[in-house]
Design a protein around this ligand. Structure first.
Ligand code: PHE
Ligand code: NA
Length: 454
């Protein structure tokens, strides 16, 4: 059977950008920037983007396009032993999908609340107490019991990913991307412009960009920057390989990859400005220092932002806009993770797309119910910690190491992508992957393993 194909280049880029832009851009990036020295984080971040993000994206687009296969089969075509790596990445992607969907579910609930601000005045108590039903110290009140008000929005999110993967590349994923991505951009541009006009907004933005150069000497900051780049670009999880496996034979790989990376990271900067403008405004309204209004990852979107929305002009409009952006960004990423798993099953087992989508999304929906229980947040924190600090960077390191050093596939791949791209990448591409990425990742992953063990 003929492999499915994207209808247009724009369709592919929107899908790839849809995968890249996600929850990671809207709440993770601003918070990471804050936690890792503000402006100083942006130096390792852009360094990682240029020397790891772009080369890695070219590598994955090139692999998928050249071998026309999802990750496990593409790797198997390079060397039979490499198939394991493909399945490991599919597994990591599936694990991410099951908790990522929970955060989308919360966002869907909050989209509903945002019309009436029904999270009330104390968003902190609301989120942890009423919504997640945790005790005062944020510990679960009754382990195991399902929360139906969380189950429903999670199932709704699954329904969207099921629809997209079930109907296929063109009619499902590509068509949804063409609706979702423009919607997302409009929401975030309008929100950013509006909140920048608020009093105190500039202080928030300045604070985000205020450099703390001592952070550059801290290996944790570098680890965070590389982790953020791989997470935000969805590379190293079988996703971009699956998406690019549907590219036509003549595709400008280098250009597509560079565009995807720049759009994603540009979006992150804009989201960062938006979030910190709101925080600056909030600090000014409450008359407290900025450092007191910021909370961590999950809390940022579901506690701090709702509190800020309460203080905004026209909260019933700006609130829904923010949560629509969050939901849309999350869903388009979730679709891409599921497509990575679904396409691998199709390639390996010869299943029809419909069967693969039904079985995999069904199983995923069941597993993700663990995050709709009282212990959900606790479990999510633990899984997220190991995924981010070890599995994510580890998977990227193994892929790059095998490609560069063990199976020595870089020169061949470089000449392939250059033969079909308008701009050719020079030897620097191989250099970045072989020495810079592999070397830095070895140090970072090693350091994280030691930290996790102690
Ligand atoms: N890139 C997406 C984001 O920034 C998340 C993602 C991570 C998607 C891993 C797929 C795999 O939120
Ligand atoms: Na997305």
């Amino acid at each position: 059977m003929q492999r499915e194909q994207w209808a247009s280049r724009t369709g592919f880029i929107l899908a790839a950008v849809g995968s890249a832009i996600g929850l990671g851009n809207i709440w993770r990036f601003p918070y990471m920037t804050y936690e890792n020295g503000g402006g100083a984080f942006l130096i390792p971040y852009f360094f990682a983007m240029l020397t790891a993000g772009i080369p890695f994206m070219i590598l994955e687009f090139g692999l998928g396009q050249k071998l026309r296969s999802s990750a496990p089969r593409a790797f198997a075509k390079l060397h039979s032993k490499m198939e394991y790596l493909g399945w490991f990445q599919v597994l990591v992607a599936a694990i991410i999908a099951c908790y990522y969907v929970a955060v989308i579910g919360w966002s869907i609930s909050y989209l509903g609340f945002s019309f009436t601000q029904s999270w009330g005045v104390d968003a902190n108590a609301f989120f942890f107490g009423e919504y997640l039903k945790l005790r005062g110290d944020n510990s679960p009140s009754a382990l195991g019991s399902l929360q139906w008000h969380i189950v429903a929005p999670i199932l709704l999110a699954w329904a969207v990913s099921f629809y997209a993967t079930f109907t296929g590349v063109r009619t499902g994923i590509e068509r949804l991307g063409k609706i979702m991505m423009p919607l997302l951009f409009i929401m975030v541009v309008v929100l950013t412009l509006r909140v920048l006009m608020l009093p105190g907004a500039a202080d928030g933005v300045n604070w985000m960009f205020k450099p703390d150069f001592s952070a550059l000497l801290n290996p944790k900051v570098w680890s965070a920057a590389y982790g953020q780049i791989f997470f935000t670009l969805s590379v190293g999880f079988a996703i971009m390989i699956a998406y690019s496996s549907y590219l036509p034979e003549k595709s400008d790989i280098n250009n597509n990859a560079i565009m995807t990376v720049f759009i994603n990271c540009g979006f992150s900067m804009m989201a960062g400005v938006m979030i910190f403008a709101v925080l600056g405004y909030m600090a000014a309204q409450q008359g407290v220092p900025l450092t007191e209004v910021v909370s961590s990852g999950v809390g940022l979107a579901f506690v701090t932002i709702p509190t800020a929305i309460n203080l905004l002009p026209m909260p019933w409009l700006l609130g829904p806009m923010f949560f629509i952006a969050l939901v849309v960004a999350g869903l388009s990423s979730h679709i891409s993770i599921m497509e990575a798993v679904v396409s691998s099953a199709i390639d390996k087992m010869g299943w029809t797309r419909r069967k693969a989508a039904a079985v995999i999304c069904g199983a995923g929906a069941l597993i993700s119910m663990a995050y709709a229980t009282n212990g959900g947040l606790l479990l999510l924190d633990i899984v997220d910690y190991y995924i981010n600090n070890i599995a994510l960077l580890g998977s990227c390191l193994i892929e790059l190491f095998l490609m560069a050093w063990v199976f020595k596939k870089l020169p061949e791949l470089r000449s392939h992508v250059n033969s079909i791209s308008e701009i050719a990448v020079g030897y620097w591409w191989e250099f970045c992957i072989r020495y810079l990425c592999v070397g830095l990742l070895l140090v970072i992953v090693g350091n994280n393993l030691v930290t996790a063990a102690t």
